[in-house]
Design a protein around this ligand. Structure first.
Ligand code: FAD
Length: 698
């Protein structure tokens, strides 16, 4: 009796930026084509599922955030399963498969997934399918796609095992039959479509495309006959049959209304806590005009709010998309005239997509422009499901075919090469495929939430009561074949424009009393760090490594420490070290005032290096902070091991943080006379004891 058989499984996702959720949705959708049903929940929705009583297989998709932390939505869950009083057979009844998402550029790759996996194993749960660890650095899809492909057979086996266990062997054949019947012969609207499509009519098309874009397209396609590009394919893919993903059913309905009313405030979109709208009271350019990167320091007035922070915390800035990009998008979507119209966004009545809810980041009523400006990450790299949906909105047959190729299994490497690696966004795609005219509802369905950006606090509320400072580099993306004009980062580009009228140059930041008061306000909310904090005991020594803007939280540490020293002359204070580096002493030495901390004794040792200055001495000085750290090997070992001090690293994850930890491993190995593996173990212990702490970003 087929209907009595359990073909349901529990699907949990823990997401930070929406990727794990999108993948879980893909799994749920595909489950239908395999005759299965996924009960899908966010892992934080603990009232909706019960792992303690779960009999069916469980699939978990979980990302990693920060320095190897599980996503915020999984924190409670992780805390719960880490309860030391749980017996080792607590989850002995549980069969699960886990897909972890991460980025191998970070030290603790996929640590969110690994932590949950390890703990479930410790509590007796069994894998019904091997754990997948997908790497955003090389493309999540390289692991995610095959992992999902293999999931169905694994689930089938898990169901069979489950039935065997329950002594219901009489039903096994029926399950087996229903599943194998569901696999190869699928309903056409739900399954991968095998398509035999030929390239045809690849001419450049619609007449209402901006002339600039036609120029762009010609440039993009100049080598079209020989070389593949975003818009052009070559054999074998141009001639092969394609497995394209199932067309995701549309589920959002957008009703256009009048132009009366007010948009919600952008800070009301924040679900992560209370957002505060605060004035910018100071903006200082820390770098000289000829520096390669431009670093700005902003000071915010938080005196009239309940916003509180500790040095070492980071916080989030709510930011809008670039106004020109929004206008251009409106133009391409044919909505220029309707930008100020309010729209009512609803889930389509009778939608078949299970568990569909109104997207939380989209207000039920707001203007089209508001949605494109404040709600959707319009620069996001379009996922394959989005490309698949765009095929249906494209009139030119050649463009249609290329979009199909890019989202097909056969086009996986083209997708990586021409979309993922060059960070192609929706606007780039719409320029390259001008007959593609998606509707607003499709954008709402497929573009992720515009994420607030995190920044490390660069001040101490003890030193500057009522103020919060932060430092950032203006992110710049140079022009490239798919984007002929350079652009700036969403948040840093916006902030730079916002503060341009009140910008001061870097004279004496710590003493500057602030320039002309600004009326500009930004919305911020807290993102407290539980671990990147000063040692609770002020007598403990610590070392800080923060080149470039990585020095930012350490300014907060030092301000705090200076104030404590002034207020508590009888306390004992441990020694402090700061390793700072930048390109040029004259152009981007962000805080020359670090010397003040040295002079007043707050900082015991300041070690700086300049990577691009020509050496004056015969023997070239070290270029990078990790090289300077190596020079102080004995002190590093004394502070870390003998005096049980702390070691903080902040800044660029790609080039610096790994270089510093390699240097520390070498130092430990050399000074302790142990091999590299042993030294790595010592470092791992220091990390576990939260005495080697990193706050790194890309
Ligand atoms: P975005 O528009 O978000 O662009 C940056 C991203 O775009 C890149 O990460 C990359 O994925 C992508 N990209 C790459 N190439 C291109 C391209 N050609 N076109 C389009 N996109 C591309 N930063 C600081 O400067 N100071 C800090 O103190 C600081 N603290 C942080 C603390 C934490 C906990 C975290 C997580 C991050 C911190 N950051 C800090 C980083 C900061 O949050 C932002 O990522 C950074 O400022 C860039 O934001 P943006 O919106 O300007 O850039």
């Amino acid at each position: 009796m087929c209907c009595d058989l359990k073909r349901r499984f529990l699907l949990l996702y823990a997401t930070q930026k929406g990727q794990a959720k999108a993948i879980a949705e893909e799994i749920r959708q595909q489950a239908g084509t395999h005759g299965l049903e996924a009960d899908m929940y966010c892992i934080s929705e603990v009232d909706k599922y019960n792992l303690e009583a779960e009999k069916d297989p469980v699939v978990i998709v979980i990302s990693t955030t920060g320095t190897g932390d599980p996503p915020d939505t999984a924190r409670k869950f992780v805390k719960k399963i880490q309860d030391k009083t749980l017996p080792p057979d607590h989850f002995a009844h549980l069969q699960y498969g886990l897909l972890g998402l991460g980025d191998s550029e970070y030290t603790f790759f996929c640590n969110g997934g690994k932590t949950v996996d390890r703990r479930l194993q410790e509590l007796g749960a069994q894998h019904f399918y091997d754990t997948g660890l997908a790497d955003d650095c090389v493309g999540l899809e390289l692991v995610v796609d095959p992992w999902i492909d293999g999931l169905w057979l694994a689930l089938k086996e898990a169901f069979l095992l489950q039935k065997e266990k329950e002594g219901m062997s009489s039903n096994i054949d029926a399950v087996s039959n229903s599943l194998s019947a569901a696999s190869p012969v699928r309903e056409p609207d739900l399954t991968s479509e095998i398509q035999h499509l030929k390239l045809e009519n690849k001419g450049v098309r619609s007449s209402d495309v901006l002339p600039q874009k036609l120029v762009d397209i010609n440039l993009v396609t100049s080598a079209r006959d020989t070389e593949p590009s975003l818009v052009h394919s070559v054999p074998p893919i141009s001639e092969s049959a394609l497995n394209v993903p199932a067309l995701p059913p549309e589920y959002i309905e957008v009703q256009f209304q009048d132009t009366h009313g007010e948009n919600p405030s952008p800070s009301s979109l924040i679900s992560e806590g209370t957002a505060f709208e605060v004035p910018i009271t100071k903006a200082v350019q820390l770098t000289r005009e000829d520096a390669i990167k431009t670093a700005l320091l902003l000071e915010l007035d938080i005196a009239d709010t309940t916003f509180d922070y500790q040095p070492g915390d980071s916080f989030c800035v709510v930011c809008p998309n670039n106004v020109n990009e929004v206008e251009e998008l409106l133009h391409i979507l044919g909505l220029s005239e309707k930008g100020e119209h309010f729209v009512c966004v609803k889930v389509k009545q009778g939608t078949k997509k299970k568990g569909t809810t109104h997207p939380h980041h989209i207000p039920e009523r707001s203007t089209v422009k508001f949605i494109l400006t404040w709600c959707l990450e319009i620069r996001a790299i379009p996922k394959k499901a989005f490309l698949r949906a765009l095929v249906e909105c494209t009139s030119d047959a050649g463009e249609k075919r290329r979009l199909q190729e890019l989202c097909s299994r056969q086009g996986a490497s083209d997708y990586t090469r021409f979309i993922r690696e060059p960070n192609v966004c929706l606007l780039d795609l719409l320029h390259a495929f001008p007959s593609c005219r998606p509707s607003l509802n499709l954008l709402i369905e497929h573009l992720p939430k515009l994420q607030p950006r995190s920044y490390s606090v660069s001040s101490s509320n003890l030193f500057q009561p009522g103020k919060l400072c932060f430092v950032f580099n203006i992110v710049e993306f140079p022009a490239c074949p798919t984007r002929l004009i350079s652009c700036k980062g969403v948040c840093t580009g916006w902030l730079a424009e916002l503060v341009a009228p009140l910008l001061q140059t870097n004279k004496n930041i710590l003493d500057a009393k602030g320039g002309s008061p600004s009326t500009e306000k930004i919305s911020i909310f807290a993102r407290p760090s539980s671990i990147f904090q000063l040692p609770a005991d002020p007598s403990i020594p610590f070392m800080m490594v923060g080149p470039g803007t990585g020095v930012s939280p350490f300014i907060g540490f030092l301000q705090h420490r200076q104030k404590l020293r002034e207020e508590h002359t009888d306390w004992e204070f441990g020694e402090t070290w700061l390793f700072f580096g930048c390109r040029h002493q004259d152009r981007d030495y962000l805080f020359k005032q670090l010397r003040c901390f040295l002079e007043n004794g707050t900082l015991t040792h300041l070690k700086v290096c300049f990577s691009r200055d020509l050496p004056a001495a015969e023997v070239a000085p070290p270029k990078y902070v990790q090289d300077v750290v190596r020079l102080y090997a004995k002190e590093v070992v004394r502070v870390l091991l003998k005096e049980r001090g702390y070691f903080y690293v902040c800044g660029d994850k790609k080039h610096m943080a790994d270089g510093v930890s390699d240097a520390v491993v070498d130092i430990l190995s050399m000074e302790m006379a142990v091999d590299k593996l042993e030294a790595m173990k010592i470092l791992a212990t220091l990390r576990e004891e939260k005495r080697y702490l990193q706050d790194v970003w890309s």
